[in-house]
Design a protein around this ligand. Structure first.
Ligand code: 5RP
Length: 224
């Protein structure tokens, strides 16, 4: 049973005629974008998408979803995946190194819905390292700061390309393992305050809803 496809397809049903939709990045949102493209064609929906990465940009284009930007439109609904979701709907994102644009688009949305399979649910964030996008020239000093904060930083290396991952914005990604993350909002703010850090993958208090795919069906968690 493909749980990512199940939640991705179901989330596409949330989109209404006329919506401007934030298009998340990853293998789960892949299904969302694919299904949204089919709905647009079959139901003649007037929707537009604001991509969060080159991945979602190209997929939206091949799925026939017209593209717009945050300069031109507000986001009615953003749908995005996550690497971890805690019981308060705080997230770790950035497994695909797209968390900077994802945070901008998701944060600006009137409604931000996260789609995951149940393997992403945790009691407390921190099993997954926190992705931190870093200006290349600041790598050494940022890495030292991250160690001083108690993290274990590791520069993310590329696959099928020599050297490090380069983000869509031309920066590096450092994955930082913390022992435990008791205060996600506090850590998010602290990481963002390091000069040279562009954005970090903690999304605290942002998600309005999480759709969790399980073998029994879809559970919907709402922020209270
Ligand atoms: C990309 C992300 C993704 O949403 C996150 O990594 C989840 O990906 P997937 O749906 O492939 O498990 O944050 O930067």
């Amino acid at each position: 049973m493909n749980l990512k496809r199940m939640v991705g397809y179901e989330a596409a049903e949330l989109v209404m005629d006329g919506d401007v939709v934030g298009l998340g990045t990853g293998s789960t949102t892949h299904y969302f974008i694919e299904k949204l493209g089919k709905r647009r064609e079959n139901e003649d929906l007037r929707v537009m998408g604001i991509p969060t990465s080159y991945q979602s940009f190209f997929l939206a284009r091949s799925s026939g979803i017209p593209i717009t930007t945050l300069e031109e439109h507000d986001v009615d609904l953003a749908v995005d995946g996550a690497d971890e979701v805690d019981t308060h709907l705080n997230l770790i994102k950035g497994g695909g190194a797209a968390h900077t644009m994802e945070k901008i688009v998701d944060q600006s949305a009137k409604r931000f819905v996260v789609i995951v399979d149940d393997s992403k649910m945790v009691d407390q964030l921190g099993k997954f390292p926190v992705p931190v996008e870093v200006i290349p020239q600041s790598l050494r000093v940022v890495t030292e700061e991250l160690k001083d904060m108690g993290g274990i930083p590791e520069l993310r290396m590329a696959e099928r390309k020599d050297g490090p991952v380069i983000t869509d914005n031309g920066n590096l990604v450092v994955d930082v393992k913390f022992d435990s993350i008791g205060n996600p909002k506090g850590l998010e703010v602290s990481l963002s305050s390091i000069p040279g850090v562009v954005e970090n993958g903690i999304f605290a208090g942002m998600a309005h809803e999480v759709m969790v795919g399980t073998v029994q069906g879809i559970n919907i968690l709402k922020r209270i």
